[in-house]
Design a protein around this ligand. Sequence first.
Ligand SMILES: Cc1cc2nc3c(=O)[nH]c(=O)nc-3n(C[C@H](O)[C@H](O)[C@H](O)COP(=O)(O)O)c2cc1C
Length: 204
Amino acid sequence: MTGTPARPVLLVVAHPHLAGSRVNRALVEAARGRDDVTVHDLAQARSGGRFDVAAEQRLLSAHGTYVFLHPLYWFAAPALLKAWQDEVLVEGFAHGRDGDALAGRRALVAVTAGGRADDFSPQGRHGASLRAFLLPFERTLAYCGVDVLPPFAVFGGSRLDDACLTRTVDAFRALLDRLADGAGLPEAGAAGHLGPDDLLGAVP
Ligand SMILES: Cc1cc2nc3c(=O)[nH]c(=O)nc-3n(C[C@H](O)[C@H](O)[C@H](O)COP(=O)(O)O)c2cc1C
């Protein structure tokens, strides 16, 4: 790893309308105020249609683990995250000659989907696992030398009832605890992602 990160976890929030969000906003609120997590809202950071690339790169360099939180929009991340990748992960910083700033870091995607878990399988309505839709971004991170951990997935979007949302938030807190402690994560199941049961145990 290049340099010694000052803080454990950087939560990169890529929701274009966080004020109108229910699920992502609840997860962000769970992370705010922690000493071991820096919350970074890309919609707020983007000004005049561009990111401050040097500031974004400093944030990446200062952290050892990244969590990229976003809703699934048209089977991909919102355009905000793609713009961030294209502008920030440039040659000489994230890849290419002398571009090793992210080498040895760890990262995972935390994604919320409106669809049901059953929809996301080769036999399901959407024809592929959720993990399959995350592949371009996960490969981008791996290309930059980042160790990619299994994603944390939330299904059901706005239909999540309050009890499920509370459990999801608790699981996200447990995930951040493990990442901040440098602890390992549970094995992802056959679908390739982690959910509340993996972090908290199955509901008795
Ligand atoms: C433009 C747009 C595209 C969406 N595309 C998908 C999709 O492809 N698959 C899916 O399961 N949900 C899709 N959704 C539902 C969102 O993923 C869901 O509403 C969101 O994860 C809920 O989180 P929030 O309350 O933080 O916004 C889409 C929603 C919007 C607004």
